[in-house]
Ligand binder design. Structure first.
Ligand SMILES: Cc1ncc(COP(=O)(O)O)c(C=O)c1O
Length: 447
């Protein structure tokens, strides 16, 4: 088998055996009949195996926030691999994981200062849910119920799909979902909020639904509420003004932990280190992944309040406090990548850059308002969702066709249901924003 990337694409495709690989979240037969193969990436661009540049309008998958192939991150990973490839995370450790934890905790909102490392967003969610249950139990309470939100995406673990609210991700697995889970209503409402710039004004009252859930089960049974501050995978739903504040107040009122899933909003996407700081609402736990290593090595984690960590430390000192963890928790390569990534974010002021460029990005994306079949555009920081009128009986088709046309024109966007998501790396220039908007605009004309 020849996998050289300097061949013409037809040669590569015919020389690769596509059969043995099962691709995630992909229509495999369709993809394999016309594969899109990437050879390399640098800064804002991918390059396909046949040498075509592809402007990355989605930061890989909301993760390559500082752009691709960052030299200092690559070097840190290489050096770490040469020095220490692996050490078990159980009863042993290495210095870089402590340094990474400190840098991440320094960026987190006040009071959240303890980091538990995992390898992905999905693992971060399962970990946070377990911490919530363990915390209440350690304090002598028996709160076991969890509250998620319709249209929420919290990865693909059984915990994540149980509190998540995306129907296709749940329906096949429904008999195996966690018991004791309720869902708040989602906040998407086209008749009230379409074409909002930043936070919509309507919808804070939707948080009050937590009162209904409390009335149904009694607060003494409810452990945690988990939401994405900005729902991403469901098509970029920005929280209505006052909504997250209201959730915080209600969680405080009833002793319920509030978890923000910041797997995509963490590390600058909304212009501050975490969306919690952008919206000025501090949760009890934050889950993160993706941007923590700039997408270079898998890593995720949970940042918790000090007293949550301390609640676990009550037993004898030789006793394991939390029966949970992964072979690769705090992996040396991921830790080195995280440290180098935090340095890049800080040295280049990339979160501030998002804040500075966000108004330009907002104006640019809203210029697509009159394109065919566009029924909503919403944005926050460097996140935007362009919602298209669905083709009847073919949900998602219009956005998927738009994604394919953009790919042919040299821009990588993401289709999520009937929404096109644009979430570029923070190093993007105004000119490149224009390039993306022109490409999406032309692709939409084909609808
Ligand atoms: C908000 C949120 N949570 C969790 C996840 C799951 O992360 P992973 O794919 O790393 O498991 C994602 C992935 O996109 C996400 O957007």
């Amino acid at each position: 088998m020849n996998t050289r990337d300097d061949l013409a694409i037809s040669e590569v495709n015919s020389s690769l055996n596509l059969r043995p690989l099962w691709l995630p979240f992909t229509p495999n037969r369709q993809f394999k009949s016309d594969p899109r193969l990437i050879a390399r990436a640098k800064d804002m661009h991918y390059e396909t195996v046949d040498g075509r540049p592809l402007l990355d309008a989605i930061s890989g998958l909301w993760c390559v926030n500082a752009g691709h192939g960052r030299t200092s991150i690559v070097k840190a990973i290489q050096e770490q691999a040469a020095k220490l490839d692996y050490i078990t995370a159980f009863n042993m450790a290495h210095p870089a994981q402590f340094q990474a934890a400190e840098l991440i905790a320094d960026l987190a909102p006040d009071g959240l200062d303890t980091v538990f490392f995992v390898n992905s967003g999905s693992e971060a969610i399962d970990t946070a849910l377990k911490i919530a249950l363990g915390y209440h139990r350690a304090r002598g309470e028996h709160r076991h119920r969890l509250v998620g939100r319709e249209r929420g995406y919290h990865g693909v673990g059984f915990g994540g799909i149980s509190v998540g609210g995306m129907t296709p991700n749940r329906k096949v697995f429904s008999p195996a979902l966690l018991p004791g889970v309720d869902h708040l209503p989602h906040t998407h409402n086209l008749s009230e909020n379409s074409f909002s710039r930043g936070q919509p004004t309507w919808g804070a009252h939707l948080a009050d639904d937590l009162e209904r859930i409390v009335a149904l089960h009694d607060a003494s049974n409810i452990a945690a509420v988990i939401v994405e501050p900005v729902a991403g995978s469901t098509g970029v739903l920005v929280p209505p003004k006052g909504y997250l504040q209201r959730l915080r107040e209600l969680c405080d009122k009833y002793g319920i932990l509030l978890i923000f899933d910041e797997v995509i909003t963490g590390f600058g996407r909304t212009g501050k280190p975490f969306a919690s700081q952008t919206f000025d609402v501090i949760p009890d736990m934050i889950t993160f992944a993706k941007g923590v290593t700039n997408g270079s090595v898998p890593m995720g984690g949970v940042i918790v309040r000090e007293d949550i960590y301390h609640a676990f430390l009550d037993g004898p000192t030789e006793q394991i406090e939390f029966f949970h963890g992964y072979t690769y928790s705090g992996h040396p390569l991921a830790s080195a990548a995280a440290i180098a990534t935090m340095d890049v974010y800080r040295e280049e002021g990339l979160f501030e850059r998002v804040s500075e460029l966000a108004p330009y990005f907002e104006k640019a994306v809203h210029s697509l308002k009159d394109c065919p079949h566009v029924i909503d555009i919403r944005n926050m920081g460097f996140m935007c969702g362009i919602e298209l009128e669905p083709v009847s009986n073919h949900p998602g088709k219009r956005a998927y066709e738009t994604f394919k046309r953009c790919y042919e024109k040299g821009v990588l966007v993401r289709s999520a249901g009937d929404t096109i998501a644009l979430t570029p790396p923070f190093i993007i220039s105004e000119k490149q924003i224009d390039e993306i908007i022109n490409c999406v605009g032309e692709a939409l004309q084909g609808n």
